[in-house]
Design a protein around this ligand. Structure first.
Ligand SMILES: [Zn+2]
Ligand SMILES: [Zn+2]
Length: 165
């Protein structure tokens, strides 16, 4: 099931713009980022002297973990997507969204672009101190007293903590 924007009235020259407002089902989780609810999309298709563009603003809540201390964090990801539109192209060009039978199939290109623009690393706070490499203590909660707490993959730190118990 796709999200199709019908632009036939623009193509026919009857109107210059169409606004839209949709929700898409929550995307599949990506890396350690999961999406607990739907994607809200608002946007418009505009025709300016024959040059057509689509702009969509997507908002989706996400849940992930701090890359340093593994604490769960959540937020709202916002993404703006703007593409020129074409009914036909001389050569294939990924920049353009194609209008097929008077419609634009929006969900796949929009969700792909949204995923591409997610951050790779999320932190619970800018200066998160992370976990101690030796004992796995969350160093935001205080110093554990270990001499060597050099940064390491937090998953290994959790493992170290488990092995220690
Ligand atoms: Zn953290
Ligand atoms: Zn420690």
């Amino acid at each position: 099931m796709g999200l199709f924007i019908d632009v036939r009235e623009i193509l026919a020259g009857l109107i210059d713009s169409i606004e839209f407002d949709y929700t898409l089902p929550a995307p599949q989780s990506f890396n350690d980022i999961s999406f607990p609810s739907e994607v809200q999309i608002t946007g418009a298709v505009k025709n300016q002297a024959g040059y057509m563009t689509l702009t969509a603003h997507a908002t989706v809540p996400y849940v992930t973990h701090c890359a340093r201390c593994t604490k769960e964090i959540s937020g709202i990801f916002e993404h703006t997507f703007t593409r020129p539109l074409a009914t036909k192209l001389e050569e294939e060009d990924d920049e353009y969204l194609m209008i097929t039978h008077g419609e634009i199939d929006l969900d796949t290109p929009l969700l792909e672009d949204l995923i591409l623009n997610l951050d790779f690393v999320y932190l619970c706070k800018e200066d998160c101190k992370g976990l101690c490499f030796k004992c796995g203590q969350d160093l935001n909660e205080g110093d554990c007293g270990c001499a060597d707490k050099k940064e390491i993959d937090p998953r290994l730190a959790i493992l170290a903590k488990l092995l220690d118990n």
